[in-house]
Ligand binder design. Structure first.
Ligand SMILES: [Zn+2]
Ligand SMILES: [Zn+2]
Length: 96
């Protein structure tokens, strides 16, 4: 598993706690998890912010916000233009 390109510190990405952390694959689903692992598109979330009422697995807007952030971070690493082409080649969907 590749190191996250989205977060350096091991703390909840949403609230900053270091308790009850779970790894969230920003691109998820059976195929998505593997892509996220390979590209480092993972963040730490506490149990509440991972699976609770205000979490990417319960709310589409929260899910989309993390996906947008991930795509922006990824594209920044390669320059906007080639980063976009690489993202589409890897992930297959534009979230921005
Ligand atoms: Zn949290
Ligand atoms: Zn998750």
């Amino acid at each position: 598993m590749r190191k996250s390109i989205l977060q350096d510190r091991k703390e909840c990405f949403c609230c900053g706690t270091t308790l009850n952390l779970e790894r969230h694959h920003v691109i998820h689903g059976t195929v998505g998890r593997k892509i996220a692992d390979r590209l480092g598109l993972t963040i730490w979330l506490c149990a509440e912010h991972h699976r609770g009422a205000y979490s990417p697995h319960q709310r589409r807007d929260v899910d989309l916000r993390y996906k947008r952030f991930a795509q922006s971070c990824y594209m920044d690493r390669y320059g906007t233009k080639s980063g976009y082409a690489l993202w589409i080649a890897e992930v297959g969907k534009n979230y921005l």
